[in-house]
Design a binder for this molecule. Structure first.
Ligand SMILES: [Zn+2]
Ligand SMILES: [Zn+2]
Length: 427
């Protein structure tokens, strides 16, 4: 940019809450915060600022100007379909920001089928809301809360709630007068713990619920930095099929589906990872050879094995072994794999060694960035090459031609591939 002209954005550029944690704010919640920052209702913000920009096609889909149709479909704004992307582009344009895709599941679009991925209604942890309110922190709603499989808050081990403790109503991800952390019907603050049923506050989260919750948080935390792995499900499936191991029917179904080039659902991948005792972020981010070695060596992890981990653990010995495991390795094992090597539950590591767990996660993130940059470069080369080859045989290359030529069914679910395609076609 030249001439010293300073660019002002049309709307306040709010930084999403919870950055760098598994509880990063969702796009719908960020839209809500943005409305509040301008002292207008969500409905007004959408009709005055968003809808003029998002185009006729999208307006037809959601039923013209802001109305019930949009609010009903609002959960999709946190996903990876065109509705999410169109609103994201608009939010970024209006606020002059360029990294808000972390408030959506766009990074996962390359490897997940969105069937059953999202809740249609808001869901929250009352304890998180209460804590933020007490600390006078801005209230917000986390992206991970919108996922169907996230059933308990990992920090509070508390059940997620989805109906107002006062009026009992549920609400959609966005509504005309919504405020983060409040019921749109009766205006009740949703972090008022005393109003909830006792049975809910005494809730004892199961090991599986906590495992799923921590894995989903890790996925959201890592996805922005890590490779939204192109062809990953296909590669994993082929490697495991090549091992020719006896598999239980559920794992087999997932693998066969992936081997056919169909995207698995999040629930399937979770089952798969639990079956092989690997973490979700390993599935997507760990180098393939290492992942398959881990999965095959350890074999299916049965529940009985997990329960036996509850026996008394020698903390000193575990601590020493952890240090051995992570020292000297640029890309340490994930917490799940580490726990398995050490013969303890991952929950135990999260609870007893929070600072080491955080260090592992930092190291893995830094390394993932390097891998990510290399893969992005590779994607770009693949697309550029394909465009060049198709052009030199006298064709105007379409996305479908490129998929066919490269044999990569997931290629254009990668944001980077779409960008490279646009660049190649313009250049
Ligand atoms: Zn919580
Ligand atoms: Zn209410």
């Amino acid at each position: 940019m030249s001439g010293g002209a300073r660019k002002y954005s049309r709307l306040y550029p709010l930084v999403p809450q919870g950055l760098g944690t598994g509880l990063v704010q969702s796009q719908t919640s960020l839209i809500c915060s943005t409305a509040a920052a301008h002292s207008v209702y969500v409905g007004k913000l959408l009709s005055a600022e968003f809808l003029p920009g998002i185009g006729k096609y999208q307006q037809d889909r959601i039923g013209g100007p802001v109305n019930a149709g949009l609010y009903k479909a609002a959960h999709a704004l946190n996903g990876f379909g065109t509705l999410a992307i169109d609103f994201l582009e608009e939010l970024q344009r209006l606020t002059g920001q360029n990294n808000l895709w972390i408030t959506t599941m766009i990074p996962s679009g390359a490897f997940l089928n969105d069937h059953g991925l999202f809740r249609r209604e808001r869901s929250w942890c009352p304890h998180c809301l209460a804590e933020w309110a007490e600390g006078r922190q801005p209230l917000y709603e986390a992206l991970v809360w919108t996922l169907q499989n996230y059933e308990v808050c990992f920090r509070h081990r508390a059940k997620m709630q989805n109906s107002c403790p006062r009026c009992g109503k549920t609400s959609s991800m966005l509504s005309a007068k919504m405020r983060n952390g409040y019921c749109p019907s009766c205006k009740q603050h949703l972090g008022q713990i005393s109003l909830y049923n006792n049975s809910d506050s005494d809730y004892r989260a199961s090991e599986k619920e906590l495992w799923v919750a921590s894995n989903l948080e890790e996925l959201i935390l890592m996805a922005p930095d890590s490779d939204a792995c192109l062809d990953r499900p296909l590669d994993v499936a082929n490697m495991i099929l090549a091992q020719d191991k006896a598999l239980d029917p559920q794992a087999k179904e997932v693998i066969q589906r992936m081997a056919l080039g169909k995207l698995p659902t999040l629930a399937m991948v979770l089952e798969f990872c639990r079956h092989f005792g690997i973490s979700l972020s390993d599935f997507f981010c760990q180098p393939l050879e290492r992942l398959v070695v881990n999965a095959v060596e350890s074999g299916p992890v049965g529940l009985s094995k997990r329960v036996s981990n509850r026996r008394k653990v020698d903390r000193e010995a575990v601590s020493e072994k952890i240090m051995q495991q992570i020292s000297g390795s640029a890309f340490p094992e994930s917490v799940t794999v580490l726990a398995k090597i050490l013969g303890v539950s991952s929950l135990y590591l999260y609870q007893e060694f929070p600072e080491i767990v955080a260090r592992i996660s930092d190291r893995r993130k830094a390394q993932s960035k390097v891998i990510q940059a290399a893969k992005e470069q590779k994607i770009k080369e693949i697309v550029f090459n394909a465009v060049w080859r198709l052009r030199s045989s006298g064709l105007v290359p379409t996305a479908r031609d490129i998929v066919k030529l490269t044999g990569k069914p997931f290629l254009f679910q990668q944001v980077k591939a779409v960008e490279a395609y646009k660049e190649a076609m313009c250049g």
